[in-house]
Design a protein around this ligand. Structure first.
Ligand code: S3P
Length: 427
C-alpha cells in the first residue's frame, strides 16, 4: 500500500497544467472506436480508468496505439464493426467505462461479459440496465442485472423517450450511444443538466444531436467519422490545486489549458461564493470544449449553502470543497447531493469520517454534509478507502494541518491524477 505525507508549506505562487480530462479521454477512445477512420487524441489522461477503456475496446478488436503516454491513435471499426470479445471486459474501478460501454454493447451483434473491481461491484447498474431493457436490450447479471458481473447479448434496439430520475452524464451518455444504434429517435430528459461532453464530442464526430434545456435527442443509424481530439486539462484535478492555494494564506495558483465547460465549473462558482479571488479567462476551444486559464488566490473564506442545479456541476469536487469549508468562517451546507453515496465510495460517509479524524466538525445528512468552520486541523493518519478523490482531498487537508497528514491507500489516486503526489510535493 502506498502513502503520502503532506504538511503546511510556505506560501507559493505557481503556474502549472494538469493532466487531461478523464471524462473527455474516455469518450475520445469510445467514439474513436465506433467511428470510421482514424482518431488521434492529444493530451489523453494516462490514468488507470482511461487505460481500462482502452483495454476493453482492444478486446473488441479495435487497434489503439499509444505513441506516448498522452498520445493515442484509434483506428475505428464503425459501430457494427466491433468484434465479440473472447475474455470478460474488465472496467477496473471505472464507472464511466462500464456505463457508457453498456450502451454500445447493448446494440452490438455479439455476446459480452463485463466485470470490474470491488467498488464497481457495489455501484448501481440498474440505472442504465433498466432503460436499456426498455430499448429492447438483453442484459443479465447479479441481482437481476442491478450489479456486476453483467452479461450482454447484443440485439437490435428501439429508440425511447426516457426521463432519468437522476442528473447523470453516465446514464445520459449510455442511452445516447445506444440510441445511435436504435431504430428511431432516443430522447433523454434529466432533472438538471449533467456534464455534456458526449453531446459535444458526438457533434465533433459528425453526428447530429438535438439539444433543448435538460433534454437531448439522437436519431439512430448515424455513423461517426474519426477526428482529432485535443483534451483539455481536467478541472476536477485542477480543483485540488485550487483548493491548495485557498488553504495556504498568501498563495496563488494559475492553471493553464484547463477545461472550463460550464457543466463542470460549479466548483469555481462555489469558491467564488466563499469569497475566493478567482479569475477565469477563456483562451481557446478544443474539439467543441472551451479551454482557459484559472488563477486563484487565498483570502478570507466564508461558509456557503449549495444545492440544486449547482450539484451536478461540482459533484466530483465535493470532498475537496468540504476540506476547504473546514477553514471557512461559518457553516457550509451541501444539499441535494445524495448521488455522492454511489460514487467510488459513499463520499458523504468517507469525507465526514476522514475529516473528523483531523478534528474537523462535520455532520452527515441524508443528502449532503454540514461543515462548521473555521476549525484548526490537527493532523494525523487518514485513508483513501480506495477512492482517488478522498485520498487527494485528505492530502490537501494536510496543507492546513498543525502536524501534517499521512494518507494511506494513495495508490487509488492513479485512477485520475497519476502526477498528484509529485505535484503536491512541489508545494
Ligand atoms: C462522469 C459522470 C459523473 C462523474 C464521473 C464521471 C462522466 O458521474 O461523477 O466522475 O464521465 O460521465 P454520474 O454520471 O454518475 O453523475
Amino acid at each position: 500500500m502506498s502513502a503520502i505525507r503532506t504538511s503546511r508549506p510556505k506560501p507559493f505562487d505557481l503556474t502549472l497544467r494538469v493532466p487531461g480530462d478523464k471524462s473527455i479521454s474516455h469518450r475520445s477512445v469510445m467514439l474513436g472506436s465506433i467511428a470510421h477512420g482514424v482518431t488521434e487524441v492529444e493530451g489523453f489522461l494516462p490514468g488507470a480508468d482511461c487505460l481500462s477503456t482502452i483495454d476493453c475496446f482492444r478486446k473488441m478488436g479495435v487497434s489503439i496505439e499509444r505513441t506516448s503516454e498522452t498520445f493515442v491513435r484509434v483506428t475505428g471499426r464503425g459501430i457494427q464493426g466491433l468484434q465479440e470479445p473472447k475474455l470478460p471486459l474488465d472496467v477496473g474501478n471505472s464507472g464511466t467505462t462500464i456505463r457508457l460501454m453498456l450502451g454500445i454493447l447493448a446494440g452490438s451483434s455479439f455476446f459480452s461479459t463485463v466485470v470490474g473491481d470491488e467498488s464497481i461491484a457495489r455501484r448501481p447498474m440498474g440505472r442504465v440496465v433498466e432503460p436499456l431493457r426498455k430499448m429492447g436490450a438483453h442484459i443479465d447479471g447479479r441481482e437481476d442485472g442491478r450489479f456486476t458481473p453483467l452479461a450482454v447479448r447484443g440485439t437490435s434496439l428501439e429508440g425511447i423517450s426516457y426521463e432519468s430520475p437522476v442528473a447523470s452524464a453516465q446514464v445520459k451518455s449510455c442511452l445516447l450511444l445506444a440510441g445511435l444504434q436504435a431504430d428511431g429517435v432516443t430522447t433523454i430528459q434529466e432533472p438538471t443538466l449533467s456534464r455534456d461532453h458526449t453531446e459535444r464530442m458526438l457533434t465533433a464526430f459528425g453526428a447530429m444531436v438535438e439539444r433543448e434545456p435538460n433534454r437531448v435527442s439522437v436519431h439512430g443509424g448515424q455513423s461517426l467519422v474519426g477526428t482529432r481530439v485535443r483534451v483539455p486539462g481536467d478541472i476536477s484535478s485542477a480543483a485540488f490545486l485550487l483548493a491548495a492555494a485557498l488553504m495556504v494564506p498568501g498563495s496563488r495558483i494559475t492553471i493553464e489549458d484547463v477545461g472550463i465547460n460550464p457543466t463542470r465549473t460549479g466548483i469555481l462558482d462555489a469558491f467564488r461564493m466563499m469569497g475566493a479571488e478567482l479569475e477565469v479567462e477563456q483562451t481557446d476551444v478544443w474539439c467543441h470544449e472551451p479551454v482557459g486559464r484559472i488563477t486563484i488566490s487565498a483570502g478570507e473564506l466564508k461558509g456557503i449553502e449549495i444545492g440544486g442545479e449547482l450539484i451536478p456541476r461540482l459533484i466530483d469536487e465535493i470532498p475537496v470543497l468540504a476540506v476547504v469549508a473546514t477553514q471557512a468562517k461559518g457553516e457550509t451546507v451541501i444539499r441535494d447531493a445524495a448521488e455522492l453515496k454511489v460514487k467510488e465510495t459513499n463520499r458523504i460517509a468517507t469525507t465526514a469520517r476522514e475529516l473528523r479524524k483531523l478534528g474537523a466538525q462535520v455532520e452527515e445528512t441524508e443528502d449532503g454534509l454540514i461543515i462548521f468552520g473555521p476549525t484548526p486541523l490537527s493532523g494525523g493518519t487518514c485513508h483513501s478507502h480506495g477512492d482517488h478523490r478522498i485520498g487527494m482531498a485528505m492530502a490537501i487537508a494536510g496543507l492546513a494541518s498543525d502536524s501534517g497528514v499521512y494518507v494511506e491507500g494513495t495508490e487509488a489516486i492513479k485512477v485520475s491524477f497519476p502526477e498528484f503526489s509529485s505535484l503536491i510535493q512541489q508545494l
